[in-house]
Design a protein around this ligand. Structure first.
Ligand SMILES: Nc1nc2c(ncn2[C@@H]2O[C@H](COP(=O)(O)OP(=O)(O)O)[C@@H](O)[C@H]2O)c(=O)[nH]1
Ligand SMILES: [Mg+2]
Length: 262
């Protein structure tokens, strides 16, 4: 419990930061330290590591011995940004999270925006840290990668008809618990990075409100990106599959969600 000016106890929501990692030994310790420095009360962190060959999992286990609010999910037989994210969200919900912030481990998503995401969450269901709203920037290395991100966003917004969100591929976001509960996470089909668009699409189909706040996205300085051409093509094909599988569910799901809420 925190204290307000008048002395009354203000309830502090239980917030989890969810970070998927694959070979992030160079950055993970510093990232956790910087999140700690934000001084957000009762903040929990869950890191989902897929048996990273560089030993990220072992480093995390060591760190978790000293940090009560650091949780580590080690997946020894599974691999993938998509399924790792789902495992992390499920873990957070199981442990009572009221909001979950998801972010990358490579400092492309700087932790200084976590307080902004939490603040913006007061007025909506999902907050997206966005490169493409005023004040946001994409400082990715290379014009090519920058162009790919722009074209991918244009395509995803068109295909999935997510007109109001400018950065549909941003993996720096906050979800209220109610959104993650309503999106049936066992139904997700994305094994890789297309999970980002899949969850956003389902949230918007279900009528949840999304707000974007500006972030400056920088290229990773350490470690190696898992991005490659095969992953990019797979993600763009997944957009079509996601649309095909889920757009028809819209009416049923909205009806069910409203029924459950009332
Ligand atoms: N657990 C897990 N995390 C992953 C996997 N692939 C990528 N990540 C993490 O997802 C985040 C984004 O991946 P990254 O390689 O930076 O992709 P990019 O930002 O598109 O270049 C980083 O924190 C990665 O460590 C995976 O297979 N499993
Ligand atoms: Mg990255």
């Amino acid at each position: 419990m925190g204290r307000t000016k008048g002395g009354a106890a203000a309830r502090v929501p239980k917030i989890f930061v969810m970070i998927p990692t694959y070979n992030e030994r160079e950055s993970i310790r510093r990232l956790l330290d910087e999140i700690d420095l934000l001084g957000i009360p009762h903040l929990h962190i869950v890191v989902v590591d897929d048996a990273s060959p560089d030993g990220t999992g072992q480093i995390l286990m060591q760190l978790a011995r000293r940090r009560r609010r650091l949780h580590v999910v080690r997946r020894l037989n599974e691999r993938g940004r998509g399924t790792a994210g789902i495992a992390g969200f499920k873990y957070a919900l199981k442990h009572g999270a009221e909001m979950v912030v998801e972010m990358d481990a490579d400092f492309s998503h700087h932790p200084r925006y976590i307080p902004d995401l939490i603040k913006a969450a007061r007025g909506c269901d999902v907050v997206v840290g966005s490169r493409f709203v005023p004040g946001g920037r994409d400082l990715e290395r290379g014009l090519l990668r920058h162009a790919i991100t722009k074209i991918a966003n244009f395509y995803i917004r068109r295909v999935l008809k997510i007109a109001d969100v400018y950065d549909c591929t941003s993996g720096y976001r906050l979800f209220h618990r109610r959104v993650l509960e309503a999106i049936k996470m066992d139904n997700t089909v994305s094994l890789g990075p297309s999970i980002v668009q899949e969850l956003l699409y389902k949230a918007t189909l279900l009528g949840f409100t999304v707000r974007e706040i500006p972030i400056v996205f920088v290229d990773r300085k350490e470690g190696k990106s898992t991005f490659n051409w095969r992953i990019m093509v797979q993600s763009l094909l997944m957009t079509l599959i996601i649309k095909f599988l889920f757009s028809s569910l819209r009416r049923v799901e909205i009806h069910e969600t409203r029924r459950r809420a009332s």
